[in-house]
Write a new protein. Structure first.
Ligand code: FAD
Length: 451
């Protein structure tokens, strides 16, 4: 069997490229014993079965863009990285359904859908590196959730290798299937703790029409949520992205990316939004009208509607300055909390005030996909010894608020101590029972999500 195995050198060096030792979270754990990059489900199954027999612990890796440390291996681990399983196996261009291996990158999937006359709507800044199996295992969201939902809405079926090496092929391609419990929902969002996703069937969407992008300056946070409500009412499903950013986020991104400032008007909050019509339909007049109303109502202080796609992309570059920001503020802590809109202002005001009082030297940025309740906080640089205190401040604001500590990145290792903040003891007990039922020996991704 050629499982593409890179064995450690006898000299004591690992022989494993350091890029397989960490993800984007900055977490470092240890030196794995061996790295496998299999090419087929059968190879994955053979490696997993052998590990389960001899007691080895497996770390599953996709594109290593995760922000929760779930793909970071520990000393002695067996790493299975799916990057060689990247085939687009089949596209049904009649119905808009694609079957892929789990190691295909998100961008590969998007381009293959486009080539077949369809559209794959899950989209995020790490699209060139993250894998669709990693996206499913974290239930990734991204910038189009407001219109199309998360990976849970995009995956129709899965093939999974379980901890004992058995393979469950449930590559259904039906939109409806009520023949008992749907296995895909056990594995989407389970962060590699219940099985290794090896293949997926994906639901494609009709190609949308032209997108118009706007950048708006807002005087208040309440105005951001009111604008979102009004735009949803005015534009319906044409509202295809709604990203809010604090002025500090915008200023830092502009400095690091060198992009021209989209609006001269200074404001504490900015919104970047897309409106996308049906093919052939022009949503520009409806967007202009909605923004004029918002200005008349005092929700928006100033706004610019991009004259063309190139200008729209320049507006988006401000929001997508994340990699530069993550590099600039290292060592940092990255949050992806979720809250009801009504709680947004209180959460941000309290968290920002406490973070600023306690860590005045650090930068604290607030932004996110508000349409799907998702608020990102990036805070750094911090001394590692202060990480826990920063976590306590931000997660402390979520107690009892119908919130989540992770709206899209997953729990991994990094957020594990705080799972109880927004999951009840009964929910955590159920997760543990599922883990025990499917992986008695704790072979797959041990220590992720909970101990
Ligand atoms: P990895 O980082 O390799 O792994 C993530 C977890 O999934 C680990 O627990 C790993 O063990 C498990 N895993 C990976 N592959 C499999 C598999 N085949 N079977 C079972 N388990 C597996 N996320 C969002 O949701 N929305 C965003 O908008 C977003 N923007 C980002 C922007 C940037 C610049 C960066 C760096 C990250 C961003 N992320 C975002 C986070 C990250 O891209 C996602 O979590 C992504 O889904 C991870 O995919 P991956 O292939 O890189 O997985």
């Amino acid at each position: 069997m050629d499982a593409g195995t890179d064995k450690p050198a006898a000299s004591g060096e690992t022989g494993i490229d350091p890029r397989y030792l960490h993800d984007w979270s900055g977490l470092e754990r240890g030196t794995p014993r061996v790295l496998h990059r299999p090419r087929s489900t059968e190879e994955v199954a053979a490696i997993v079965a052998a590990c389960d027999r001899d007691g080895s612990k497996i770390t599953v890796q996709g594109g290593l863009t995760g922000l929760a440390g779930g793909a970071v291996p520990a000393d002695g681990d067996v790493v299975i990285n799916l990057e060689r399983m990247n085939a687009i196996e089949h596209v049904d261009s009649l119905e808009g359904i694609m079957q892929v291996q789990a190691g295909a990158t998100l961008q590969q999937v998007q381009l293959a859908a486009e080539a077949a006359g369809w559209y794959f709507p899950v989209d995020l800044g790490a699209r060139g590196s993250c894998q669709v199996g990693g996206n499913a295992s974290t239930n990734a969201g991204g910038i189009r959730v407001i219109r199309y939902g998360t990976m849970r809405d995009a995956v129709l079926g899965l093939e999974v290798v379980l901890a004992d090496g058995s393979v469950v092929t449930s590559l259904t391609r039906l939109v409806k299937n009520s023949a008992g419990l749907d296995p895909r929902f056990l594995f989407i969002g389970s962060e590699g703790t219940l099985g290794i996703i090896t293949r997926l069937t994906l639901r494609l969407q009709p190609k949308p029409g032209d997108t118009v992008t706007a950048f708006a300056a807002l005087p208040s946070l309440d105005g951001v949520t009111s604008l979102l409500r009004d735009l949803r009412r005015a534009l319906g499903p044409s509202l295809s992205a709604f990203e809010f950013m604090s002025t500090r986020f915008v200023d830092l991104s502009l400095r690091l990316t060198g992009v021209a400032r989209p609006l001269e008007t200074a404001a504490p909050w900015y919104v970047l939004l897309d409106a996308t019509g049906a093919p052939g339909a022009d949503v520009t007049p409806a967007l202009h009208q909605a923004l004029e109303h918002a200005m008349a109502d005092g929700l928006v202080a100033d706004c610019a509607v991009a004259a063309n796609g190139a200008q729209g992309q320049r507006f988006w570059r401000v929001r997508e300055g994340i990699p530069e920001i993550l590099t600039e503020l290292k060592p940092l802590i990255n949050f992806d909390v979720g809250l009801p809109w009504v709680e947004t202002r209180g959460f941000i005001e309290r968290a920002e005030a406490t973070l600023t009082a306690r860590f005045p030297e650090a930068t604290h940025l607030f932004f996110g996909h508000l349409g799907d309740n998702n608020i990102h906080v990036v805070s750094g640089p911090h001394r590692p010894v202060d990480f826990h205190a920063v976590d306590e401040i931000v997660y402390g604001e979520l107690h009892g608020r119908r919130a989540t500590i992770s709206a899209e990145h997953g729990i991994g290792f990094i957020k594990k101590p705080f799972l109880h903040v927004t999951r009840s003891p009964e929910e955590i007990a159920l997760l543990r029972r599922l883990k025990t039922a499917l992986d008695l020996n704790a072979t797959l991704n041990p220590g992720r999500v909970f101990d």
